[in-house]
Design a protein. Structure first.
Length: 202
């Protein structure tokens, strides 16, 4: 659960006001009985993530893909403004001992926090979560299986598709063509949320 919680934290950071470049994505299926009306698809390198993200895979790095119902969410400034009433499908593809900038065209199997096989060199995690009126993060469901396929890479912007089996028994599939949103993920492990000022709910 720590891996998924940190995915949610990164996406909360992404939900700070900023860029108008939205990317595109499709999501077919329901999670928690609801559909996701896509307004934005962003991606960011998540290099050198702390141990709480990858457990024993301390050297693993990857790329986070955030598919959200809210647009204009990229960017950090001195005050981080987390948006209320959001629904986000968070995907993370990772390569053991590599950097997010080296994510390549490949199919990445989806694991949970406890199902990464010994010696695995690459994979993916996924979860859907929401923020409420007070911007509190609530997990809706985590992915227990499936895959994320990256078909093209342009820096930290990627295109591809996914098929996910979620913990609530639902099946979700779709595609993404992201725009890059590079943020400093190093403070995530220290709990500072990547912001130099207080986190504001908007």
């Amino acid at each position: 659960m720590k891996k998924i919680a940190t995915l949610a934290t990164v996406a909360a950071i992404m939900a700070c006001t900023g860029s108008n470049h939205n990317g595109t994505a499709t999501v077919t299926g329901t999670v928690g009985g609801r559909t996701l009306s896509v307004a934005e698809a962003l991606s960011t390198p998540i290099d050198g993530l702390c141990q709480q993200v990858f457990g024993n895979f301390v050297g693993a790095s990857g790329l986070g893909i955030w598919i959200s119902n809210v647009a204009g969410t990229c960017g950090l400034n001195s005050t981080c403004s987390v948006q209320a009433n959001t629904v986000t499908l968070a995907l993370a593809v990772w390569v053991n001992g590599s950097s997010g900038s080296n994510i390549t065209v490949n199919t990445y199997p989806v694991y949970t926090a406890t199902t990464v096989p010994p010696g695995a060199q690459f994979g993916a995690f996924a979860a859907e979560f929401e923020t409420d009126l007070a911007c509190a993060l609530t997990p809706v469901a985590t992915a227990s299986g499936g895959s994320v396929t990256v078909t093209s890479v342009n820096g930290s912007a990627v295109a591809g598709s996914f098929t996910l089996v979620m913990s609530d028994g639902s099946n979700v599939s779709g595609s993404f063509n992201t725009v890059s949103c590079v943020i400093n993920t190093a403070p995530i492990c220290s709990g500072s949320f990547g912001c130099t000022g207080p986190v504001q709910c908007s």
